[in-house]
Design a protein around this ligand. Sequence first.
Ligand code: HEM
Length: 462
Amino acid sequence: MTDTTENTTDGVGGRATGSTGTTPTTATPTTATGTTATGTTATGTTAADGSRAPSRRALIGWGGAGLALGAAVAGGAVAVARPGEDTGRTSAAAGGPIAFHGEHQAGIATPVQDRLHFAAFDVETDDREAFVAMLKDWTEAARRMTAGKAVGDGAYGGLAEAPPDDTGEALGLKPSRLTLTIGFGPSLFERFGLAGQRPEALVDLPQFAGDNLDRARSGGDLCVQACADDPQVAVHAIRNLARIGFGKVSVRWSQLGFGKTSSTTPEAQTPRNLMGFKDGTRNIAGTETARLTKHVWVDEKDGPAWMAGGSYLVARRIRMHIETWDRTSLQEQEDIFGRDKGEGAPVGKAKERDEPFLKAMKPDAHVRLAHPDSNGGATILRRGYSFTDGTDGLGRLDAGLFFISYQRDVRTGFIPIQRNLATDALNEYIQHVGSAIFAVPPGVRDADDWWGRSLFSPTTEG
Ligand code: HEM
């Protein structure tokens, strides 16, 4: 193997190739099926340290079809994560890493990054061992990519006759606070003898008023949510996982997102959605441990045991009728949300963070209907992104909100809130066109752990 040590696009540091020609890792996924799509092993070698001198941000031209994501976003001023420590996940140096290991998966209560690439996969194999081997390979690749390292032996410098392990487009880019979060869909439990392990809370979502769901943009046996401050880093991650999964899983649908529409860091400026309103004001913050425990993390006693420390994810592709919205008066827009457009203050209040007085709002105002007091206390953590996927062929923007919520139980979280939103004044301007639900297992604890171990280990370990 050629010793390529360091590779950057700018020569001053950044994402390493992953190939130093030195120590093989002990967590190497080696099984009969532990090969990449290319036929080379997905094993890792100790990489050059991708978190060395920070690189000049590489601005990469984006050739992907249908992407309207704009320029790469500069990382915000945030503190440094301590790798391996869950507490260190709450922040990261601009462009730095978010710790992959922890009690809970990163990408839920960790600070919301600017960009999203969400992918739902269908399983294509009946071979449980092969699927488990893939999960192990995925975990190792995720461990490396979130640390800013290339997959396996890197993007070049290896055997000239074989395709490289890593696709290469993230070389020279910083970790960009990349988080990768895996979830298992209801249909996965029809496979691999998992029927008895399906959580009761992983219900098939009911049909809601106004749903116009496209099956091709709904469901999935599993999902990976990739969030990063640099879109190219998020896309690279999904692409390389899909590549490793070749023959075992295939992408069913995917969604790119930008301009986070919710915040888990209340001290930061609240982002705005495509309707121009601040979104995420009354979200659960990543620092609100008690509320996270109560509303987001699955408790041991909730069952099943393998989900303890996990959460449930609901994804909804919500199309906005932007053109109609843009012709709506300011007063009506503010009435619809129950908040003012400039400050984001609730009706009758002066400041964004003032407690909403629901009775001052119109009965069909979005905030009034979504508020916990209108839903028996139901509270969710929102982590959505805006999307713009070109036009719909009729001269209108295909744009909206890719809504993501995390909750301890969808039956007491998303479902009652969405039911109550049946009379939402906002419904005139939106339509739900895609839907999926996933059980998100607990975090990967250490270098020997892997995504899904708590679910699959009873029959695969040892
Ligand atoms: C395109 C669709 C949607 C848009 C544009 C939208 C926008 C907003 C905005 C601007 C706020 C006020 C600021 C805030 O506290 O975050 C808000 C609040 C909220 N939304 Fe939505 N939302 C949408 C869909 C949904 C859906 C589908 C749900 C859940 C089923 C939901 C649940 C909530 C909740 C729980 C709140 C906080 C209510 C409170 O505690 O005051 N939203 N939304």
